[in-house]
Write a protein that binds this ligand. Structure first.
Ligand SMILES: [Zn+2]
Length: 450
């Protein structure tokens, strides 16, 4: 529309100019080197205009011809790049499809066409891994460390290789470097934490954990639970070295972080009793018992209550049991105290419901003791001992990942190496045809017992 209007305007101006010149005729005479020219002014003007247009066209043509070689080169380069990216894409598809030969072929093509090492290195490494050539893959991963844009991917590749080989020292070194490059990567933070706990670098593990909580890679509650486990492990190690003050300090810190963590609560309660704060110790144990009864609390509770005689101990145990009256741990504790106080009726009253439901090893043994002590009947006692061999095992610290059951809590599972995976509960077991017991793993969230 605008173009047509513009054309019309130009035409109008030209016609007007032509008419204007026709109204004002004039002649031009030129004499030059023997040449003689006689013409009208309008014709001369036209000739000059035509010459100007031809000159402009020749100039444009010359510009085009001059830029031609560069354009041809650029076009060829662009086509190489396109073919290079195409090869790269095909290589990625081949890796995803598990076709090692095609992946290697495509990566070679891409390398030749693109000439951009960082771009093709990862694919080269993946193609090598696909062909089970870990050495070549390692070489590519190492080369990737040289370029800032591929450093992290190279570290990740090398770290995975080290972990696969079981080279934990090397893996820790790589994890530390990867963490420096990307501290906010969830994978890196959790791998570094794993490596640190495996190597027993508790202080550094604590720092990493605190940063992970800060970066919201670990939620607050999980962070506190893990932190408490780390502190308590430091307490255990300090105790092993004979540093008792340190050991208590770490255990108390663990208790502050996670009051529901039984091993730390036990140490804290014992510390309170030893420093004369018996009422505080008793109330700590009572709330811990309400949450999760554990046999380690009983003796400390008796000390806190200054219960010395057998009957006094029975009464104190009974008052503790009231905080979780029907829990097997409560019944066992009271029954054992009743037996020690020779209160047969009370012992039977507390044990009977356990025995009726098949009972645990401890309940059956206490029943055997009761039968022998009360009635002096070794036959009935033996019967209960026989039952004990088929009863549910006693509660223990059971690994949530592999089912490994141990008497003492520890931060790492000795069998599968999992961190903070022990929960206080009855170990699952199956009785094989030969009568041997074998544990079966059971997946449960950490520290949810009963
Ligand atoms: Zn385990």
């Amino acid at each position: 529309m605008w173009r047509a209007l513009r054309l019309l305007a130009v035409l109008a101006v030209l016609i007007w100019l032509g008419l204007w010149l026709a109204d004002r005729p004039g002649s031009v005479t030129m004499d030059w080197q023997g040449y003689h020219l006689d013409t009208s002014f309008a014709l001369l003007l036209l000739a000059v205009a035509v010459i100007a247009v031809i000159a402009a066209l020749i100039y444009r043509l010359w510009i085009v011809i001059r830029g031609l070689p560069a354009r041809i080169v650029r076009g060829r380069h662009e086509s190489r790049r396109q073919r290079g990216y195409q090869a790269l894409t095909r290589g990625m598809v081949a890796v995803a499809a598990g076709d090692a030969d095609d992946a290697r072929r495509q990566v070679k093509r891409a390398e030749g066409l693109l000439g951009d090492p960082p771009l093709t290195m990862l694919l080269s490494a993946q193609a090598a891994q696909l062909a089970n050539d870990e050495t070549a893959a390692g070489k590519f991963f190492s080369e990737m460390l040289e370029y800032p844009e591929t450093e992290f991917l190279g570290l990740r590749g090398l770290l995975n290789q080290a972990m696969k080989r079981g080279d934990w020292r090397g893996a820790l070194k790589l994890a530390r470097r990867a963490y420096r490059v990307r501290p906010k990567s969830r994978w890196v933070a959790s791998t570094l934490f794993d490596m640190l706990t495996r190597a027993g670098h508790w202080a550094e593990a604590e720092t990493t954990l605190a940063e992970s909580v800060k970066h919201r890679l670990v939620n607050q509650a999980d962070g506190r639970g893990r932190h408490a486990a780390l502190k308590f492990q430091r307490s255990l190690e300090a105790r092993e070295r004979g540093q008792h003050v340190e050991a208590v300090r770490y255990a108390r810190q663990a208790h502050d972080m996670d009051p529901a963590f039984t091993p730390a609560a036990v140490v804290e309660a014992r510390f309170l009793v030893d420093s004369g704060k018996r009422r505080k110790a008793a109330s700590l144990i009572e709330s811990a018992w309400e949450r999760q009864p554990h046999p380690d609390f009983v003796d400390i509770y008796l000390a806190a209550k200054e219960a010395n005689g057998a009957v006094q101990k029975f009464e104190a145990t009974q008052s503790l049991a009231k905080f979780k009256p029907d829990h097997p741990e409560s019944r066992i504790a009271v029954a054992a105290a009743a037996l020690a106080a020779r209160l047969w009726g009370e012992a039977r009253e507390y044990l009977q419901p356990l025995a009726a439901s098949g009972g645990s090893v401890r309940a059956c043994r206490l029943m055997a003791e009761l039968e022998e002590s009360e009635h002096g009947d070794p036959g009935r006692g033996r019967e209960w001992l026989m039952r004990a061999s088929h009863a549910d095992p006693n509660p223990a610290w059971v690994c949530n990942h592999c089912g490994n059951a141990v008497a003492e809590w520890s931060v790492l599972c000795g069998k599968c190496g999992s961190f903070d995976s022990f929960a206080w509960r009855v170990p699952a077991h199956i009785v094989s045809l030969t009568g041997e017991e074998a544990e079966i793993p059971a997946a449960l969230p950490a520290r949810t017992n009963e």
